[in-house]
Design a protein around this ligand. Structure first.
Ligand code: FS2
Ligand code: SF4
Length: 543
């Protein structure tokens, strides 16, 4: 196997024997096959779209297929094989769609991925085929291959956000069209390096639309989030823990558990759910449990109820909780019960059977500080900046992970002077969101903007501040320090780069799929740099 799509890539170069995440060689090969098939499907879907022919099933299969291959989503070979098979059927559907719109067959050159290759009938042969279709084989030029992978990972991250929006009934033709165009370009591999760089920037721009669409879907369904304290203790009673990013799944579970004496807790990226009026109205949504995703193996052993993942990040479960663990949506783990659709009665039954919590008091942490809430304080914020009470804003956001170097983010938040404000989002916040950082004239020093997709909201805050101070975003007293782990962080980074943001710091280590030449390009054009020591970086940013 070879996979280097996430920050955990073995030796900083790529997983070759077994994924550090737990992905085995068979699943890795089947996911290669899915991506290869999607590239073929994209070729025909893109050509059909150019002729005005669109098929929503193909569009949706694209985002579901890509999301299946995101880090820590699907570890089940049976399901990956089923997705690969369906992909080949959908390629044929896209092909037929094109020929119908074209009133005849295509006469140009067809790339290998889009040719009439047959999906083998059994899993073993599918995996053999997938092994030959790895990410290193897109292009023989290492730099072009690197940028093609950045584009692919950007599309994977965006597909996850598009999937959430689709589940809430929001689809945007432009988003689907771009993903098809991008994967078709990788399949054809005819463009030059700078063309792929341009596509990466377009990917970032399209993802801003996609995150905006999801933001709109969340607000239309659950109203704009408001600053909300969330308890991290436990309430006496039966319990269900919800992990992932999907708010609709949480809402359905809240409806189905109402009045049943079961308390619902959020985990990791579900924490911001507490800020939405349409979700916090459920009194049995009682708190947040545990730290970031990489601690689940230990922490879930202490959760005496049912646990459900609706998106990444799932890890190999311990036997102590495997029979109380469920997956939903794109997430699958072999041997773990998968809930299809919207009936959570099995999860509820597992929670009722489990011991449940006794009462344990603990502190509150704050969430729900999206752009509506923060910009509601705009006058206060502007006054605090003008008076010098706030010297600088720091966006410290992105993913958490297992590497020891991630203590950087905790130390950074702890050591920042008291006249600075932190905006945070995604699961990297668990490195510091239980610290008591106080406030500046009533403005909390730590503002939790939300999930990784709420990078949209952070961008809105930055744009509004730039407008208020009549300057460019790069001239604001604002520094951005990102932590990355998986492909959603890649697409968020592309979005920030596409807005022209300069001087960002990235850690805890640089992606294995970025070649030295591509890195140089990023440094020269965006002055992006890897994190260094807390002291030096802080001195530089505050200076
Ligand atoms: Fe964290 Fe994992 Fe949000 Fe990522 S819970 S690394 O999926 O997308 O952030
Ligand atoms: Fe390795 Fe990350 Fe790929 Fe898993 S997703 S196999 S940890 S590079």
């Amino acid at each position: 196997m070879f996979c280097f799509q996430c920050e955990q890539a073995a030796q900083g170069t790529g997983c070759t024997k077994m994924g550090v995440c737990g992905k085995n060689p068979e699943v890795a090969a089947l996911q290669n096959l899915i991506v290869w098939g999607l590239m073929g499907m994209a070729f025909w879907a893109h050509k059909a779209r150019e002729k005005g022919a669109i098929d929503r099933d193909i569009d949706v299969h694209m985002i579901e297929g890509l999301f299946t291959t995101v880090t820590n989503v699907d570890f089940d070979p049976e399901n990956c094989a089923a997705v690969a098979k369906k992909t080949v059927q959908m390629r044929d559907k896209a092909w037929a769609l094109f020929e119908k719109a074209n009133n005849g067959p295509y006469t140009g050159e067809v790339p290998d991925a889009a040719a009439n290759w047959i999906c083998p009938a059994n899993r073993e042969e599918m995996a053999t085929l997938g092994r030959e279709r790895g990410v290193k084989s897109f292009n023989s030029d290492a730099d072009i291959n690197s940028v093609q992978n950045i584009l692919l990972y950007g599309c994977k991250g965006m597909a996850a956000y598009a999937d959430h929006a689709h589940i809430l009934g929001k689809d945007d033709n432009e988003i689907y069209a771009f993903i098809h165009k991008a994967l078709a370009a990788i399949a054809e591999s005819k463009l030059g390096l700078m063309d792929f760089v341009t596509l990466c920037m377009e990917c970032g721009q399209t993802n801003i639309k996609c995150m905006g669409l999801l933001n709109q879907a969340h607000i239309e369904n659950y109203q704009a989030p408001t600053p909300t304290p969330v308890n991290i203790g436990t309430k006496a009673g039966k319990a269900i823990l919800v992990s992932g990013h999907d708010l609709k799944m949480l809402e359905e579970l809240l409806k189905q558990t109402e009045g049943k004496g079961i308390n619902i807790y959020t985990h990791v990226e579900m924490l911001p759910a507490h800020g939405y009026p349409g979700l916090k109205k459920y009194k049995h949504l009682v708190g947040n449990f545990g730290g970031a995703w990489q601690n689940q193996y230990q922490e879930f052993q202490n959760f005496p109820g049912a646990i459900i993942f609706n998106t990444n990040c799932i890890q190999r479960p311990a036997d102590e909780y495997k029979d109380r663990l469920f997956t939903w949506g794109r997430v699958q783990w072999p041997g773990v019960k998968h809930v299809e659709g919207w009936d959570f009665s099995e999860v509820i039954a597992a929670a009722q059977k489990a011991e449940g919590f006794s009462e344990k008091a603990d502190k509150d942490i704050l969430t729900g500080c999206g752009h509506d809430a923060v910009l509601g304080l705009a006058d206060k914020v502007i006054e605090a900046v003008n008076s010098g009470a706030i010297k600088r804003f720091f966006v410290i956001g992105g993913c958490d992970g297992a590497k020891p170097g991630r203590n950087y983010y905790t130390k950074f938040a702890e050591q920042l002077p008291k006249d600075t404000v932190i905006l945070t989002l995604a699961c990297g916040k668990y490195r510091f969101n239980k610290l008591d950082l106080g406030d500046i004239g009533g403005i909390p020093r730590l503002l939790d903007v939300g999930q990784c997709n709420d990078a949209y909201s952070a961008v809105q805050i930055a744009l509004a501040l730039a407008k208020a101070f009549d300057c460019e975003v790069n001239d604001l007293p604002l520094s951005i320090i990102l932590s990355w782990y998986e492909q959603k962080a890649v697409v968020v980074l592309l979005s920030l780069l596409s807005l022209g943001l300069q001087n960002m710091k990235l850690g805890p280590s640089l992606p294995a799929f970025v070649t030295p030449n591509v890195l140089n390009f990023l440094v020269e054009n965006f002055n992006i740099a890897p994190i260094g020591t807390v002291e030096e970086d802080m001195k530089q940013m505050l200076g």
